[in-house]
Design a protein around this ligand. Structure first.
Ligand SMILES: Nc1nc2c(ncn2[C@@H]2O[C@H](COP(=O)(O)OP(=O)(O)O)[C@@H](O)[C@H]2O)c(=O)[nH]1
Ligand SMILES: [Mg+2]
Length: 246
């Protein structure tokens, strides 16, 4: 693989949306925590309007290797070869997977601030994935997610898909729905009808944001859903690049 410097590492941007108090900041903290960014100081990026936290993510990319000859020699123990030295050319190139590093920035709005719309829209154009957060104990926060989603989706469709209206049936920007405060839920209701995740055809995860191990692979399937979401966000970035670099 080519030598990469830190300046060459591209950045994918994830918008974290939801009502005040649902757990966005706690969740962002958990998602951005990694071996390379173990403490808040190592993952926080300054921005006056947003709490921005960053981590590294390795995106698996298939690369096609050209056909290369394989040699078998008569001195080898294989007696199946009809000739003494045989050159074998595979008919098709072979696939290999390489891991490409990306920075992933999570943007979580500082709830005390009222940001001018133009300023917000400027960020939305560069967003590659959206996390919708609600509180499992307050289902009103779930219903409000439609409102949270509307403007960002509109801007993303307009600037990345070049369409004027959100088109949810087509390949929209990757979305992950997160229900928080699982630890406080007395019984686990697994209703999926009428929920925004099933309407959007996206994954939903339920988490306890106070548990630092909520995204440990051995503890739940949450970690693999987050990995899948981040990979989709990077593919969205590659397929629908934003027109200007930010
Ligand atoms: N018990 C519990 N408390 C949580 C959870 N997520 C967030 N909280 C608490 O809810 C409050 C609001 O969380 P915060 O992340 O600041 O919400 P934000 O306004 O959406 O950023 C804080 O006191 C958190 O400690 C959770 O999963 N379980
Ligand atoms: Mg917050």
């Amino acid at each position: 693989m080519e030598q990469q410097t830190i300046k060459d590492v591209p950045t994918a941007r994830i918008l974290v949306l939801g009502d005040a108090g649902v757990g966005k900041s706690r969740l962002t903290d958990l998602l951005a925590k990694s071996e390379d960014t173990p403490t808040p100081a190592t993952r926080r990026v300054g921005d006056c309007w947003w709490n921005v936290q960053v981590r590294l993510h390795e995106h698996p990319r298939n690369v096609w290797l050209p056909p290369t000859p394989e040699w078998t020699s008569s001195s080898s123990t294989s007696s199946a070869s009809p000739s003494s030295t045989t050159e074998l050319f595979p008919r098709r190139p072979t696939a290999a997977c390489e891991l490409v590093p990306y920075f992933v920035e999570f943007y979580d709005l500082k709830s005390s601030l009222r940001m001018p719309r133009e300023h917000r829209n400027r960020l939305y154009r560069h967003i590659d994935g959206i996390i919708l957060v609600y509180d499992l104990l307050r289902m009103g926060t779930h219903d409000n997610l439609h409102d949270w989603l509307y403007q960002p989706l509109r801007q993303i469709c307009r600037h990345r898909h070049k369409r004027l209206r959100p088109i949810l049936k087509r390949r929209h920007v990757p979305i992950l729905v997160v229900g928080t405060k699982l630890d406080l839920l007395p019984t686990r209701r697994l209703r999926s009808s009428g929920k925004i995740a099933s309407q959007l055809g996206t994954d939903e995860i339920l988490v306890n944001c106070l548990d630092a191990q909520s995204f440990e692979p051995q503890k739940s399937r949450n970690a693999s859903k987050v990995q899948k979401f981040l990979n989709s966000a990077i593919e969205f970035k590659l397929n629908f690049p934003s027109s200007t670099r930010r």
